[in-house]
Design a protein around this ligand. Structure first.
Ligand SMILES: Nc1nc2c(c(=O)[nH]1)N[C@H]1C(S)=C(S)[C@@H](COP(=O)(O)O)O[C@H]1N2
Ligand SMILES: [Mo]
Length: 322
């Protein structure tokens, strides 16, 4: 690759090696790379790319730790960090929970372009590092319940999804939100096997707009006071604490406002077992097992499952019939 010329108001080298949208919002990177105002700059694109990644990680790391918001479950015992970050469902890497953490090494989570689009007035393409300049983060302790009947209590870091959605100004026709995970077979060792098995990848999920706008629903970038580990959905995922874990989609690159209930990965595969709504309901058994109790990931103890995973007071009103 030949040397590359940058004019102060326009820069080109990253565009040669990475998709254009990654760099559309270039403010933070140029500043952090010390490139603002540079008349002439020459370097190998790969090096620039590595530098941009480093700058983005630094920008994100500088947002940690965030202050804990004491309004959320202050009395719960937090699960030990090691099991919470080593026992993972992230099928694009592996379907065995113990292996995911060892397989995420090649997953490039910086920089991270995020697109919020669809039925809204002000669609947005932004890098996560820039987004965090605008949305201050906080820490919240939430219960997390997988449909497979294991659970944990995690201090997540993030901000309220409603704030981001308000910024793009949903149109009145927007009734649902669809989320999509990055689809990168080259970086995700389990990807092609899933595709061959008929999984409708990239992994995707959805919420009703009122669920997405609920103040418990988070855009999450960290846990245990640090940026998310890759196996837990770095650099950004959604957390919906009153629904089964698969609704809390990892490593998202797209948020789309839509009019109709979107198809979602698990519902498409097994609609009777993993319906779109998927609230935690201890009295409604999974077709193949009871949902009345759950096993804590760190202690192995069995504890009762709570309606709406303990968030009935906040969310039951969303589901009142009639
Ligand atoms: N992209 C993607 N997101 C995903 C999954 C996945 O396989 N791929 N698994 C889901 C399931 S089933 C659960 S229980 C949680 C697990 O999150 P954790 O590994 O941080 O505990 O992530 C959810 N989000
Ligand atoms: Mo899950």
């Amino acid at each position: 690759m030949a040397n590359v010329l940058i004019r102060p108001d326009w820069y080109i080298p990253e565009r040669l090696v990475t998709p254009e949208h990654v760099y559309r919002n270039r403010r933070t990177f140029l500043r952090q790379m010390g490139l603002t105002g540079a008349g002439l700059f020459t370097a190998a694109p790969a090096l620039l790319s590595a530098r941009a990644a480093e700058a983005a990680s630094k920008a994100i790391a500088s947002r940690f730790p965030a202050k804990r918001n004491p309004d959320f479950n202050p009395k719960l015992r937090i699960s030990n960090e090691d099991p919470a970050t080593s026992y993972n469902n992230f099928y694009e890497f592996s379907t065995s929970k113990d292996r995911v953490k060892r397989l995420v090494g090649n997953f490039k989570t910086q920089p991270w372009p995020l697109e919020i689009y669809g039925l809204c007035e002000k669609p947005l393409k932004v890098d996560l590092a820039d987004l965090l300049e605008e949305f201050p983060q906080e820490e919240r302790v939430y219960r997390f319940r997988c449909v497979e009947a294991w659970s944990m209590v995690v201090p997540w870091t993030g901000f309220v999804l409603a704030d981001l959605l308000k910024k793009v100004q949903p149109k009145s026709e927007a009734k649902f939100v669809r989320f999509e995970t990055a689809g990168r077979p080259e970086e995700m060792p389990g990807y092609n096997r899933l595709l061959a098995q008929g999984y409708p990848l990239p992994y995707n999920e959805g919420l009703r707009l009122d669920e997405a706008m609920h103040p418990l629903t988070l855009v999450c970038t960290g846990m245990y006071g640090k940026p998310l580990p890759k196996q837990n959905g770095a650099p950004v995922r959604i957390i919906v604490p009153w629904k089964y874990g698969y609704k809390s989609i990892k490593s998202i690159v797209k948020i789309e406002l839509v009019a109709k209930q979107p198809s979602t990965l698990w519902e498409a595969l097994q609609p009777t077992e993993y319906p779109f709504e998927s609230n935690v309901e201890p009295n409604v058994p999974h077709p193949r097992w009871s949902q009345a109790t759950e096993r804590e990931v760190d202690t192995g103890d069995r504890i009762p499952t709570l309606p709406y995973n303990g968030y009935a007071e906040q969310v039951a009103k969303l589901y009142k019939k009639g």
